[in-house]
Ligand binder design. Structure first.
Ligand code: AMP
Length: 191
């Protein structure tokens, strides 16, 4: 199983891009945010715990994420490739990812880092709030909190990841299909 990682701030369009990429490259889309929302919907104990953080726009603690992530990797080991969306978000999560990838012999083949300025992210968040049913999409304060947490915790984690594996920075401004095009250029060797 190859691991492709898509990272970037909230509202940068990672999920949207994954919809295209999973079709074009026969990848399994693994979104940790989706998994958390599914656990909440299924009313599991872990879902209740994780959504206490997620609904407020805060990060779920690393130890809790570690068990969820380990399970996801094991469940997908028979797949050709996964596109990982929303993990890692902190430095300890980078370590967990690298350790698991080595233990399970699942190479990280590509890391795509979508970059979008904060002003544009806030505009997109506002637009998404008009139609979204997600608890963390409703409140403008939560939008800003999520972006600040990205700056404080996830940006340094991406820098740390850059010191371990090669990461492609992708300018996330422009039309959805233009960004898909830029990502596809980087994934050509997957075909
Ligand atoms: P997302 O759908 O990727 O925007 O994630 C929604 C929310 O789920 C985040 O704001 C966090 O509260 C939580 N979450 C998702 N992935 C992680 C992660 N890797 N570490 C901690 N919390 C996460």
């Amino acid at each position: 199983m190859n691991i492709i990682i898509i990272t970037g701030p909230p509202y940068s369009g990672k999920g949207t891009q994954c919809e295209f990429l999973k079709e074009s490259y026969q990848l399994t889309h693994v979104s940790t945010g989706d998994l958390i929302r599914k656990e909440k919907e299924d009313k599991t104990e872990i879902g209740r715990l994780m959504s206490e953080y997620a609904d407020k726009g805060e990060l779920v603690p690393d130890e809790v994420m570690k068990s969820l992530f380990g399970k996801v990797i094991d469940e997908n080991l028979n797949k050709t490739g996964i596109i990982l969306d929303g993990y890692p978000r902190t430095k300890p999560q980078v370590d967990t990812l690298l350790q698991l990838a080595e233990e399970k012999s699942t190479p990280i083949t590509h890391v795509l880092n979508i970059e979008v300025p904060t002003e544009e992210l806030l505009k997109r968040a506002k637009k998404r709030a008009e139609t979204s049913t997600r608890a963390d999409d409703k409140n403008p304060e939560t939008h800003l909190k999520r972006i600040n947490i990205f700056e404080e915790s996830t940006k340094p984690a991406i820098e740390y990841l850059k010191s371990k594996v090669s990461v492609f920075d992708i300018n996330g401004l422009g039309k959805i299909e233009e960004i898909t095009g830029k990502i596809s250029e980087r994934l050509q060797d997957l075909n």
